[in-house]
Design a binder for this molecule. Sequence first.
Ligand code: T5A
Length: 226
Amino acid sequence: MNTSLHFTPATAPNAHTCPGSFIVFEGGDGSGKTTQIRLLADALRQKLKKVTVTREPGGTKIGEKLRALVLEHGNGEIDAHTEALIFAASRAAHAHQLIRPCIERGEVVLCDRYIDSSAAYQGAGRGLGIDTIVDLSRWATNDLTPDLTIVLDVPLAVSRERAGARGAADRMESESDDFHAALSDTFIQRAAADPARYVVIDATGTLDDVHQRVLDAVSAPLGLGA
Ligand code: T5A
């Protein structure tokens, strides 16, 4: 039996044609995405029009319900295929109901995780196949592609320590070191394959060190100048 998917996204895999900007942060659990998005949003709001901060899974009413279902312990068995479809369903609602309307209005959208997380966690980590999982999300989002994806790169020991300091581990954070190493490799490989749309940032160091690297990465794409 052929188990691969052959979705045909509605458009070629290029960036959207909306006036706004769609910037995604990716990386392992506890790499500092949420913190850096908050710092960047604060900085951008002093210079730019509207900035919207959102996250995956989540970002919409249905997405937040799906987030609780897929991340919290205690919802019974969630097999890998079901998990992948829950993340894709959350992303479909997010892309159609929130992200695209925002960038059509000319806003800057800063999103905590997107398709690369599914590629890493479900495609590589769960072994469902990166191409299949990416195709599923491209179909689900009508091929809504970020202008820039920032990958925060930290050693696993650092991200585990940061995530651990924040509270109890969720379903994903409870996975093995091998699982998390596969995620990290996937983010780096996908970034290397498309350097025009990805920046890998060393996310070790202080919050301010990393924030400055993030500002450097977004200044040209957002036309902020030096
Ligand atoms: N998932 C998600 C999938 O499997 N498939 C998918 O398609 C998608 C979209 C989401 C989970 O779902 C998985 C991936 C995830 O496991 P989540 O709670 O949103 O769950 O998980 P994360 O995105 O990993 O969020 P975290 O909060 O765990 O990590 P962040 O956002 O990377 O890290 P942050 O900023 O919260 O920082 C963690 C701690 O470290 C400190 C912070 O203050 C905080 O306490 N910190 C630093 N400390 C020192 N120096 C620095 N430079 C620091 N930066 C942050």
